[in-house]
Write a protein that binds this ligand. Structure first.
Ligand code: GAL
Length: 401
């Protein structure tokens, strides 16, 4: 009797974790740490093809990115074709065989992601999922998809503004219902599929996304490969830290590391801050032509370890002094990370920034590791720090005092 009770309790507990995958009896837990991988949009945008996805998967393996933790290879917008008479969506001619592509990505030990919209059309004007949510979720599961980014786009004019023209609150309720619908459809497939909400942070998405099955949610509008945009997004994350944790993450958007004209310092600072924020690390660069210094940034294991820390606690902005900001992140085992960012360009050696350890709750000199030089570093109270414009000092302290 006792055994039976214990067993049924165990089964109930497992079931409440979110069901079982079709392939095994393991409970469905995804995104325990922020998802890592690559997404086609930031570099390829509408030009992405089946070959680009395969080449990128190959590169993720050969560059060592896979070993560093990058697992998801995500196809963004513009893969969609037409629906047939039964409403089944087909990929367009750029993606001749989605199942074969998924099998290829899986054969590399990677996972594959896809993109859709709750509206009739995606942002790029391709077929969306409106009215076909269950059918599309089942299709993704049949193809072997592991990750869905669901982008609001045309749902705004087609549904929200049409059905509730002058009522913002009613519009938001329609939006939440649409995300809930796809969340349930994904869950009903029985396949573990990471659910990524992309609705630009509307209606405090961080407050309701986890309850409808969201594993991550964009907190802002789109990123671009420009320092001002990247730092504006960083600033908008302050205050959202309590909403992040295992299986549910704030998403400040995909990485621009290696894109546009970002300087090395900017690439480093961008990557450092995404790690401090426990942000999903979805690279978005041209992998076959990645420069060694960009690969070095994206595969810095120490920085990735900050992002992927098991405690899952997002970093906080501790204080700022003009355009120099100090962020801290609590890590497992009592460790902590400190990032000092010079977000501006008007600070010179004549008046360097002085680090105030007391403001970080630290007492006296601290020993740590500078995660970009890889060398030990000592931080003393009131220590002057000269940081180049848009550069970062990222330090891990294993035993903070
Ligand atoms: C935007 C989204 C981008 C990208 C694009 C595709 O709404 O924020 O990340 O997915 O749509 O059309």
């Amino acid at each position: 009797m006792r055994t039976i009770t214990t067993l049924s309790f165990a089964v109930l507990a497992l079931a409440s974790l979110g069901g079982f995958s079709q392939e095994s009896a393991a409970p469905q837990v995804v995104a325990q740490t922020p998802p890592m991988g690559w997404n086609s949009w930031n570099y390829f945008a509408g030009k992405v093809t089946d070959k680009d996805i395969r080449d990128s998967a190959d590169q993720i393996v050969s560059t060592g990115m896979k070993d560093a933790g990058y697992i998801y290879v995500n196809i963004d917008d513009t893969w969609e074709g037409e629906r047939d008479a039964s409403g089944v969506l087909h990929a367009n001619s750029k993606f001749p065989d989605m199942k074969a592509l998924a099998d290829y990505v899986h054969s590399k030990g990677l996972k594959i992601g896809i993109y859709s919209s709750p509206g009739p059309k995606t942002c790029a004007g391709f077929e969306g999922s409106l009215g076909h949510e269950e059918q599309d979720a089942q299709l993704y599961a049949r193809w072997g998809i592991d990750y869905l980014k669901y982008d609001l786009c045309s749902f705004i004019p087609s549904i929200m503004e049409k059905q509730a023209p002058n009522d913002k609150a009613a519009q938001m309720r329609l939006m939440i219902a649409a995300y809930d619908k796809m969340g349930k459809a994904l869950k009903a497939t029985g396949r573990p599929i990471v659910y990524s909400l992309c609705q630009y942070g509307w209606d405090a998405v961080w407050e309701w996304a986890p309850s409808i099955g969201g594993n991550l949610w964009r907190t802002t509008g789109d990123i671009s490969p420009h320092w001002d945009r990247i730092y504006a997004i960083v600033s908008q994350q302050s205050g959202l830290e309590s909403y992040a944790g295992p299986s549910h993450w704030n998403d400040p958007d995909m990485l621009e590391v290696g894109n546009g004209k970002l300087s090395l310092a900017e690439n480093r600072a961008h990557f450092s801050m995404w790690a401090m924020l426990a942000a999903p690390l979805l690279a978005g660069n041209d992998l076959p032509n990645m420069k060694p210094e960009i690969k070095a940034i994206l595969t810095n294991r120490d920085v990735i370890a900050i992002d992927q820390d098991a405690l899952g606690r997002q970093g906080v902005r501790a204080y700022s002094d003009g355009e120099v900001e100090v962020w801290t992140r609590q890590l497992s085992g009592g460790a902590s990370a400190i990032a000092v960012v010079n977000a501006g360009s008007d600070r010179y050696a004549t008046h360097p920034f002085h680090l105030n350890l007391a403001k970080l709750g630290l007492h006296g000199t601290q020993s740590g590791k500078d995660l970009w030089t890889g060398k030990p570093i000592t931080l003393a109270d009131n220590q002057p720090l000269e940081l180049a414009s848009h550069d970062v000092l990222l330090v891990r302290i294993d035993a903070p005092k």
